[in-house]
Design a protein around this ligand. Structure first.
Ligand code: DAH
Length: 344
């Protein structure tokens, strides 16, 4: 009897230790077999021992063996229920919870803005052209009516690769490339990267984007230029934006103009505005009537055809559209900035 009590104690301790180690239903079944299996389970073996006991010892022995059996059964049952509810929780979905926000990425704000610009011109019947970023002196300057050594070349701080090879300083050379291949009517825009020897600061970058425009046909006048740019700028900014044309000079257009919009930051009302310098206007475009000499350079008869051209800095205009005071922000790859701009 004493031995039986000891055995029972030992089995209980063993059971209590093993049950804490169980991870899954399989382990649970193994422990159940170890203790309760009909033939070799520890509890069944205890009943074998029971048979060897004297009749007067049996009632107490039966009681303590059954206590162990019940103890084991209850604990195993509890654990089994724990496993089943855990599984149920796993399978239940709360359909009222908000979904996980997966960030898919998007075009860079400048690319996005470029696409908006393209869309406006596409609806006006323009098509999109592209050209090389490495240019020859001829296309970047000479054919655009900048003679060698002309001081106007100094306005474009050029990055040279070799004497005759350079990183294009504007998208204007693509005007020449297109006019060499296509005859009028021409109605195109040319978006792309341009490069200048500039130290980055809030309003200058050594690489930025421009969009060039060119229209050549019979009877094109300055009125077409004005109407096109007004339509474009109203679509890009808003219907009420104020626009002004100022006389200017470019070697490849005559007459030439610079186009300003009313300051988007102070609406022309703050004399101390850091964006417009208090003038109330910000310059965003160069434009003009294509110089007859440029048409001659590409064998288009200036007596028959005329046209207008314009060039606009995309980053600079985006800066005003998004009201950002430092253009370098666009290229610092800070996602917090990029997402904020895209959401506007
Ligand atoms: N290419 C000029 C620049 O980079 C901008 C420009 C001015 C383009 C007048 C034009 C134009 O097509 O007609 O400053």
């Amino acid at each position: 009897m004493k031995e039986l009590k000891k055995k029972i104690e030992k089995y209980k301790t063993q059971f209590n230790r093993e049950i804490t180690l169980i991870q899954d239903k399989k382990g649970l079944q193994e422990l159940r077999n170890l203790f309760l299996s009909r033939k070799k389970g520890y509890v069944s073996l205890l009943f074998e021992d029971f048979k060897t006991l004297k009749p007067e010892e049996r009632p107490e022995a039966g009681k303590i063996i059954n206590e162990l059996k019940e103890y084991v059964q209850t604990k195993l049952q509890a654990l089994q229920e724990e496993f089943s509810t855990a599984k149920k929780v796993e399978k239940t979905y709360d359909l009222t919870l908000p979904g996980k926000d997966i960030y898919l990425g998007s075009p860079h704000p400048i690319v996005h803005f470029q696409q908006e610009i393209e869309q406006i011109f596409l609806t006006m019947g323009f098509t999109i052209e592209e050209g090389p970023e490495i240019e020859t002196d001829y296309y970047n300057f000479e054919a655009l009516n900048f003679p060698q050594h002309h001081p106007a070349r100094d306005d474009w701080d050029t990055l040279y690769i070799k004497d005759d090879l350079l990183l294009r300083t504007h998208t204007s050379p693509v005007q020449i490339r297109v006019m060499e291949k296509k005859k009028p009517p021409i109605r195109i825009i040319i978006p792309g990267k341009v490069f200048r020897k500039e130290t980055p600061d809030p309003t200058h970058l050594p690489m930025f984007f421009q969009v060039e425009g060119l229209v050549i046909d019979v009877g094109i006048t300055f009125a077409h230029l004005k109407g096109t740019l007004e339509y474009f700028l109203k679509a890009l900014f808003n219907e009420n934006i104020k626009i002004r044309f100022r006389p200017s000079f470019f070697p490849f257009t005559e007459p030439s103009a610079e186009v300003d919009i009313e300051c988007t930051v102070c609406d022309g009302k703050n004399e101390d505005c850091r964006v417009c310098g208090g003038s109330g206007w910000i310059e965003i475009l160069g434009a003009g009537m294509v110089d007859p000499q440029v048409l001659k350079n590409v064998n288009i008869d200036p007596e028959r055809y005329s046209g207008f051209a314009f060039g606009m800095g995309i980053d600079r205009t985006a800066m005003f559209a998004f009201q950002i005071s430092d253009m370098r922000n666009f290229y610092e790859n800070d996602l917090r900035f990029i997402r904020q701009v895209l959401r506007k």
